[in-house]
Structure formats: structure tokens, C-alpha cells
Design a protein around this ligand. Structure first.
Ligand code: HEM
Length: 134
């Protein structure tokens, strides 16, 4: 799955910078991120390590995204879909198509699993809804 020759660290940094540039400018998602992130450069460093780990298998990331997202109030399927839309808009402009396709697939899978985990943690007695329908 992870491939050390898929892309460079520089390409990952560009993806992260461009994507979070879009996130911060987004009228819906921007304020949610800004309410929880005090140190943007530090967050971007974490995200570069995260994407290096899952795209290249670099093993640089050792955090736990699930509890961090479960702790965020009022997430819903439409916010996850918006996140994915912005991600896809960013990857669609990448010249490295292999990297773009792999990143899209991973983002989709992780978004689905975070949304699932979010619902299971918050409403354990309800059937979790899919990402595609509210
Ligand atoms: C509605 C969608 C999402 C929102 C609003 C959101 C928001 C956030 C926020 C506010 C943080 C910082 C949390 C903190 O430091 O306490 C964070 C961290 C993070 N997010 Fe998301 N996120 C979303 C979806 C995703 C998806 C789909 C992925 C992966 C593909 C992802 C990966 C991460 C990672 C790896 C971290 C760093 C966790 C750590 O500190 O180790 N997020 N997110």
C-alpha cells in the first residue's frame, strides 16, 4: 500500500500547505479548525508526518486521530464530505497523478472510518450512518 517511491517529501508538504490553505479559507470548515488549532505551523508539521507515514510508509507519525476527532463538537457527514471535496479539489491539480490517486483513496477511507468512529463513540446505541447519506 505505502510506497517509498510514490512522491517526495516536498510534494507532500505542498499538498498539505495547499489543502490547509483551502481549509482555512473555507467559510464552514475554517472556523472549526481555527477554534481548535492555536499553532498552525505545528499542526502542518504533524500533517506532513501523517501523510508521509501513510503514503510512503515513513513511520514518522505516531498520533491517534480518532480521539482528537471524537472530541470535536458537532461533526456530521456533510462536514466530512466538504472536507473530502476540498481535498479532492487540491489533489486534482497535482501533477503527480499516482500520488493524487493514492491520497484520494486514503482520504476517503480514513474519512469514512473517522465518521464511523465518531458516531460509535457519541451514540453507541444507534446504527452509524454512512458518509454518503445523512
Ligand atoms: C469534518 C472533517 C474534519 C474536521 C473538522 C477535522 C478537524 C481537525 C482538527 C480541529 C484537528 C486538531 C485536533 C487537535 O489538535 O486537538 C485535526 C487533527 C487531525 N486530523 Fe482532522 N478533521 C477532519 C477530517 C480529517 C480526515 C478525513 C483526516 C484524514 C484523512 C484527518 C486527519 C487528521 C490528523 C492526522 C490530525 C492530527 C491528529 C494528531 O494530533 O495526531 N482529519 N482534525
Amino acid at each position: 500500500m505505502a510506497r517509498p517511491d510514490l512522491c517526495t517529501q516536498e510534494e507532500i508538504r505542498q499538498l498539505v500547505d495547499q489543502f490547509y490553505g483551502r481549509i482555512r479559507a473555507d467559510p464552514v470548515l475554517g472556523p472549526i479548525f481555527d477554534a481548535h488549532i492555536d499553532d498552525w505551523p505545528a499542526h502542518l508539521e504533524i500533517m506532513v508526518r501523517f501523510w508521509s507515514s501513510i503514503l510512503l510508509g515513513s513511520g514518522e507519525y505516531s498520533g491517534t486521530p480518532m480521539p482528537k476527532h471524537v472530541a470535536l463538537p458537532a461533526l456530521n457527514a456533510s462536514l466530512f464530505r466538504r472536507w473530502l471535496d476540498l481535498f479532492h479539489t487540491t489533489t486534482s491539480a497535482l501533477p503527480n497523478r499516482d500520488m493524487a490517486n493514492q491520497a484520494d483513496e486514503l482520504a476517503q477511507r480514513i474519512a469514512r472510518s473517522l465518521w464511523y468512529g465518531y458516531q460509535m463513540n457519541r451514540e453507541p446505541n444507534r446504527m452509524p450512518a454512512e458518509l454518503d447519506n445523512d
